[in-house]
Design a protein around this ligand. Structure first.
Ligand code: PMP
Length: 397
């Protein structure tokens, strides 16, 4: 690609309202951010439990950073890992109910590493159409055959699994997010697991958004559905969302994890997470499981928000989760709604294709445990105004 064609492509993006740029956050104070000198209530963060800003989580990061320094210096296999890496992997394995866990520097790299290492060119990968970009890219990297089923459509999934029986795939894998990042709905995991068992397929789940959010005690979708984690082959999760930190992990059988430690390129050939990052995630895990778990506040806020929608005649067709998409449709209108939200004192991102399907541009609201009812009332009022506006055909989805 020449430099001229880069410019042309960027201009095309601008013309289509698909150009992406940064907003500089000048200050964060819990759920309040300051952008361009204006204080806004933050509905743009996946820090669902508010843990990234809790004193004890920050303090844990500071202490470990002081002890071990800001950077890990090299890959864990080269320069060793700290007690915090080890303790975090053990705590995550216990939390998720799996035999063992391996940390990666990001969730994106966890998906890339696990999928491209465990799955090969003789295999079949079956994906939900709305799976995250990291899963899709990882599937391509594995060089396996990729088939896709419509979002949460178990009937189509079964047809695909049936069709695959007559072909000579070495292994079949079904990979799905559990709590979908842009739609806030939940994969029908019991049905998917039953199909995997019936058709002898492996199951991998991406719990990036479910970890710390779904299930009675925040363990994720398997707890939500009362599924034994040992029935699922690979469980992926992130530290970067409800755990308020950075990083990703893969959980599974001890042998699977040992194999990834030895073979997975995005684990071996990259520098380890700094100790402070691991220490903060460890503290966050402890707080989720503690007496005053922030999960109860996230649940209360979710309930309050959904009741508020109902009260205002804005029935939600989405599920009872803290990710709330407001479908707008057209890209320009979606950006206009984002600006309107900012004018009214709230920050929630416009999500446009290719992150979501064509014509399904949306505002993605995410609720946090640290929002107050006043914050929620404010955004509910604004959604009500958007709904009434004839120019945007917005509806709470
Ligand atoms: N999987 C899903 C479903 C995600 O939404 C994301 C991030 N948005 C990732 C994986 C990647 O995680 P990370 O941000 O930790 O790289």
């Amino acid at each position: 690609m020449t430099m001229n064609s880069l410019k042309e492509e960027l201009n095309i993006l601008k013309g289509k309202n698909r150009y992406r740029s940064f907003k500089t956050v000048e200050k964060i104070s819990g759920p309040i951010v300051r952008i361009n000198g204006k204080k806004l209530i933050n509905f743009a963060s996946n820090n669902y439990l508010g843990l990234a800003h809790r004193f004890s989580v920050r303090w844990a990061a500071l202490r470990a950073t002081w002890q071990f320094g800001t950077g890990a210096g090299a890959s864990r296999l080269v320069s060793g890992h700290t007690v915090f890496h080890e303790a975090l992997e053990d705590a995550l394995a216990k939390f998720k109910g799996v035999e063992a866990v391996l940390l990666y520097p990001t969730g994106y790299m966890a998906n890339l590493g696990a999928i491209s290492t465990l799955i090969g060119p003789d295999d079949l990968i079956i994906l939900d159409r709305f799976n995250h970009a990291s899963i899709i890219e990882a599937a391509q990297l594995s060089r396996a055959k990729i088939w896709v089923y419509p979002h949460r459509d178990v009937k189509r999934l079964e047809e695909i699994l049936k069709k695959a029986e007559s072909q000579n795939f070495k292994n079949k894998w079904v990979i799905t997010e559990t709590l979908f990042s842009m739609d806030g709905d939940i994969a029908p995991l019991k049905e998917i697991l039953n199909l995997c068992q019936k058709y002898n397929a492996h199951l991998m789940i991406d719990e990036a958004h479910a970890t710390g959010v779904l299930g009675k005690t925040g363990k994720g979708a398997l707890e939500h559905f009362s599924i034994n984690p040992r029935e699922v082959d690979v469980v992926m999760g992130t530290l970067s969302k409800a755990l308020g930190s950075l990083g990703g992990f893969i959980g599974g059988k001890r042998e699977t994890i040992d194999y990834l430690r030895n073979k997975s390129k995005s684990f071996i050939y990259t520098t380890a997470l700094p100790a402070g990052v691991c220490a903060s995630a460890l503290k966050a895990l402890e707080m989720i499981q503690g007496k005053n778990s922030p999960l109860q506040f996230l649940r209360k806020n979710t309930e309050y928000f959904f009741e508020g929608l109902k009260k205002r005649g804005l029935e939600s067709s989405g599920e009872f989760t803290p990710i709330i998409p407001i479908i707008i449709g057209d890209d320009r209108a979606t950006l206009a709604v984002e600006d309107f939200l900012k004018e009214q004192g709230t920050f929630a991102p416009a999500i446009r294709p290719p992150t979501v399907p064509e014509g399904k541009g949306r505002i993605r609201l995410s609720l946090m445990a640290s929002h107050t009812q006043k914050h929620l009332d404010q955004v509910l009022e604004i959604i009500g105004k958007i709904k009434k506006d004839e120019h945007t055909s917005a509806s709470a989805a």
